[in-house]
Write a protein that binds this ligand. Structure first.
Ligand code: S3P
Length: 171
């Protein structure tokens, strides 16, 4: 595994990308960046507000712009992306050229439980039929996420330690 590059944590909403990227960053001694948080700071509003005021297309344009900016940072970061980031046109090439992706692949029944309590911050999960729409999105995105070279199905502290060891051994 190359060490001098970013680690991108990817996966569907509710997969735990922010949590596990922050943990990996801690253990690896690298800075963590959360793409959603970077975007909220830049827009001066929450993602839910951005979707309703600017619209999703404007949000996506900023998302790919910020992804490119982060990819160009010389210092290796651990980055938690948004659930939709990897399917943005051009995003995969940017991520691949600047680092390695780790896919947090959570089974659908577990995701539904998590998402049902976190829907208010996620504009794509609003409305009565949110579960069916989210499942269709999840199915559509899985082949995109599956391009990651590494898949974590049950993220754990042990997995973080193993990642750190692997990175050290190839340093
Ligand atoms: C989105 C996921 C969200 C956020 C936005 C759109 C998506 O990030 O970027 O609401 O398209 O899946 P999380 O995956 O961190 O919830």
């Amino acid at each position: 595994m190359q060490t001098g590059r970013h680690l991108w944590f990817i996966g569907f909403m509710g997969a735990g990308k922010t949590h596990w990227a922050a943990r990996a960053a801690d253990v690896l001694g690298r800075p963590h960046l959360d793409l959603d948080a970077v975007l909220e700071a830049r827009m001066g509003r929450t993602i839910a507000e951005a979707f309703s005021t600017l619209g999703e297309d404007a949000f996506r344009a900023l998302e790919i712009e910020e992804l490119r900016r982060i990819a160009a940072l010389a210092e290796p970061h651990v980055v938690s992306t948004g659930g939709g980031t990897p399917e943005l046109p051009g995003a995969w090439a940017v991520m691949e050229a600047a680092g390695r992706a780790i896919w947090l692949d959570v089974a659908w029944p577990d995701l539904v439980v998590r998402l049902s309590s976190e829907r208010d911050q996620r504009p794509l999960l609003s409305g009565a039929d949110w579960e069916a729409r989210a499942r269709a999105l999840w199915l559509r995105r899985r082949p995109v996420y599956a391009r990651a070279l590494e898949v974590w199905r049950e993220p754990s502290e042990a997995q973080i330690q193993a990642l750190a060891l692997r990175l050290q051994s190839t340093r």
